[in-house]
Design a protein around this ligand. Structure first.
Ligand code: HH2
Length: 292
């Protein structure tokens, strides 16, 4: 398997010598698959700890849903009230866990980094808040730049899903632009992970195309994260209508993405992914010296 470069976080480098699993912690009333389940800080902290117990390497804590027809935009102070207690509690109890904050707002990112988060996961790839690069650079934060188009309210729809013949080339070019902008804003290249944003401004066929085309995105020189968990396209491909029941369908997408070069995965169902990705990784990386 091709070597992935390491990922530099504020206090350590993550080697990515096995699949890295982020457990999703949505502290929201309206997320598409688990909205309202972990809306209080106590429930969200318990959920984060359960995911770490199931083998997650980190948690991605979010206080604003990108679901179309969600509850509407969330003000920064409300988003902070949702995510900060969770970041603080997880940091205090799990010093080794990587904590990511899923936000498009620089003010939320700054406060979460001050509270102990290591990573900013921006589903707009720094498009929506010009202060984001400066905040991440100052904290030497790890950064996930995800491909999307449009605003929070419509980025998970097909409103901006117009591509020419080669959607992968367009996604690659837009991610390359986001990486260049982040670097121009002072973010170190080795702090950045790129994400093709499956389900964001992409119809199902386009999400499948970007996963099949991951080797072309790897050419941008940074590790790749994929977040296919429970999404509509895996539901369509598997015929499973209920998002929370799309565990096997999500695992299938992520194992295939691993084989095509992804190294980080953002998932709701950690145990199933930890087991499947570790086994797939052992096989894909050649089984060591065990021979026959
Ligand atoms: N997908 C979602 C949210 N954040 N971040 C990255 N880097 N990649 C993704 O694919 C991604 C993401 C959407 O999933 P979820 O958080 O479960 O839903 P909602 O936006 O409704 O809270």
């Amino acid at each position: 398997m091709r070597e992935s470069p390491a990922w530099q976080l504020p206090t350590r480098a993550v080697r990515l010598d096995r699949p890295f699993v982020f457990g999703v912690v949505n502290v929201t009333p309206d997320s598409f698959s688990d909205g309202g389940r972990f809306a209080s800080s106590e429930e969200a902290v318990r959920h984060a700890e359960a995911l770490l117990g199931e083998g997650a390497d980190g948690v991605d804590v979010g206080g604003e849903s990108t679901r179309p027809h969600n509850a509407g935009p969330v003000a920064a102070d409300e988003e902070l009230a949702r995510v900060l207690p969770v970041v603080r509690a997880v940091r205090a109890r799990h010093p080794g866990a990587v904590i990511s904050v899923d936000t498009v707002k620089a003010a939320v990112a700054r406060a979460a980094l001050d509270a102990g988060a290591d990573v900013v996961n921006d589903v707009s790839g720094f498009r929506l808040d010009p202060a984001m690069a400066g905040v991440c650079a100052a904290a030497r934060a790890g950064v996930i730049l995800m491909h999307s188009r449009g605003a929070v309210a419509d980025m998970a729809t097909y409103a901006h899903a117009d591509y020419g013949e080669d959607a992968v080339a367009e996604v690659a070019a837009e991610l390359a632009g986001a990486l260049a902008e982040a670097e121009a804003g002072g973010v170190a290249r080795d702090a950045v992970v790129l994400d093709p944003g499956v389900g964001f401004a992409k119809r199902s066929a386009q999400s499948v195309a970007v996963l099949a085309g991951l080797p072309r995105l790897l050419a941008l020189g940074r590790p790749l994260l994929v977040g296919a968990s429970r999404k509509r396209f895996v539901g369509e491909l598997s015929g499973v209508a209920e998002p929370a029941a799309r565990v096997s369908a999500s695992v299938g997408a992520h194992v295939a993405a691993l084989a095509r070069g992804a190294r980080l995965f953002r998932v709701h169902d950690v145990r199933a992914h930890r087991e499947a990705l570790d086994v797939a990784w052992a096989v894909l990386s050649g089984g060591g010296d065990a021979g026959t």
